[in-house]
Ligand binder design. Structure first.
Ligand code: DI6
Ligand code: FE
Length: 417
């Protein structure tokens, strides 16, 4: 059977398809959570060249044919899940530090005592790019196994040009090794490396004048991130990092208000940040600033849980302001050794009182916006990448409700399993 596109030209994003369209793949008999429309009971999704060419009610669908047709038997389909905040690339682990914290030490104390981020920096510097990829792939596979099709990965454990670029190259390569979309963020302003002890401004000079220009020129980062915190960098230092990022055409995001309120979210908003992340200590002025800038609130309940934080992010205020909320794992060895996006959703609901719908939006459409990918993925809509997660559940709420279960039936990225 001749392919329609060969007869009449390409089927383009947003173009209406007609009854002769021959697709690559079709999923029929599904319940669809498109995240752009109300749920659809008897839905069909059609894919051509990795793009969605139809998604909607089967009763309204044109007659479609495809090389491969999947019967979904009433399974739910959501957009492929998006983990929009991870530190997946790192070497070693901090189980020993965890034990110290159980014995009473605080996160700040272990960081000041030379543990913390700097201990992971030492392990990461000692690891080759291949070794970094090998241990990160195990974490990535856990996320992929739960339907993740897009992941953000930060640097921030190299803290020198060579080691930060090694981390970013390793992150990009994971997207070649696996069928997953990887977005990278340069997090040079994560912690002060020992070479710059007592000279944080000197290190920020290096981040701004050496690292950001080189990383931007090499196309290694999709965004620039920072850690605005007493144990991290001051708002004035982060502002310099953001100015350098902007000068090199890179969007910004920020770890803000995690351990204390330093008005980081408002600073990020002033630079039109894609997202401000953590936000436990966010105040009303920060909410207002984020709303005005369209900055996504990325909530990281795994870090809240693991550090036994007691102050919850101001979910009600974020909700009332209509700020899009995303949920991510923050997978990192120090404060969130979490490789389950489904558990992150459950924690967002139980610990932060987010609704099922908010949790689902948090790992799909709002997570896409937090990465600047809202036109590419995060909803099941014509023209977007055909990124799907197909679930063996009767109700979508089961994705949030279960603890330790994995009802994923199959996963599709750019139309391919
Ligand atoms: N906030 C966090 O929770 C992680 N980084 C950050 O900026 C912690 C990273 C670590 O402890 O290794
Ligand atoms: Fe983080």
């Amino acid at each position: 059977m001749p392919r329609h596109k060969e007869e009449t030209g390409r089927v383009c994003a947003g173009m209406t398809i007609d009854s002769n369209t021959f697709c690559d793949r079709i999923w029929r008999g599904a319940r669809l959570a498109t995240m752009a429309t109300p749920p659809i009971d008897d839905g069909v999704v059609a894919c051509l060249d990795g793009r969605i060419v139809y998604a909607g009610d089967s009763a309204l669908a044109p007659a479609l044919d495809a090389a491969e047709i999947f019967q979904c038997d009433g399974r739910w389909i959501t957009p492929g899940l998006i983990d929009c905040h991870t530190h997946l690339i790192h070497a070693g682990n901090r189980a020993g530090e965890f034990a110290q914290r159980l014995a009473g030490a605080s996160y700040e104390e272990t960081a000041r005592a030379g543990g913390g981020i700097v201990s992971t920096m030492n392990a990461t510097r000692a690891a080759s790019e291949d070794a970094l990829i090998a241990c990160a792939l195990a974490r990535l596979d856990a996320l992929i196994g739960e339907g993740v099709t897009t992941i953000e990965v930060k640097s921030g454990y190299g803290l020198s040009l060579d080691h930060e670029t090694k981390m970013l190259r390793a992150a990009r390569r994971m997207g070649v090794e696996r069928n997953v979309t990887v977005r990278t963020s340069f997090l040079g302003a994560h912690a002060l490396p020992p070479e710059f002890a007592g000279n944080a401004d000197g290190y920020i000079d290096e981040v701004c004048n050496l690292m950001i220009p080189a990383i931007a020129a090499g196309g290694l980062a999709d965004a620039v991130d920072g850690f605005c915190e007493i144990v991290g960098f001051s708002p004035a230092q982060i502002e310099r990092v953001f100015a350098a990022a902007k000068a090199h055409g890179l969007p910004v995001k920020l770890h803000a208000e995690q351990l204390s309120n330093s008005n980081g979210a408002a600073l990020a908003a002033r630079f039109g940040a894609l997202s401000a992340d953590h936000l436990e200590h966010l105040d009303a002025a920060g909410v207002t600033a984020m709303k005005a800038a369209g900055t996504v609130a990325v909530l990281l309940p795994g870090a809240y849980y693991f550090t036994r934080e007691t102050k919850t992010p101001p979910i009600a205020a974020l909700r009332a302001a209509g700020i899009p909320m995303a949920v991510a794992t923050d997978c990192n060895p120090g404060t969130s050794p979490l490789t389950s996006i489904l558990l992150a959703m459950n924690m967002a609901a139980t610990l932060f009182r987010m609704t099922v719908d908010e949790c689902l939006a948090g790992v799909t459409c709002n997570a896409a916006t937090a990465l600047g990918l809202q036109n590419e993925t995060g909803t099941i809509e014509v023209g977007k990448s055909c990124d799907l997660a197909i679930w063996d559940v009767d109700e979508l709420a089961e994705l949030v409700y279960r603890i330790g279960a994995n009802p994923l039936h199959s996963r599709v990225r750019m139309g391919r399993e």
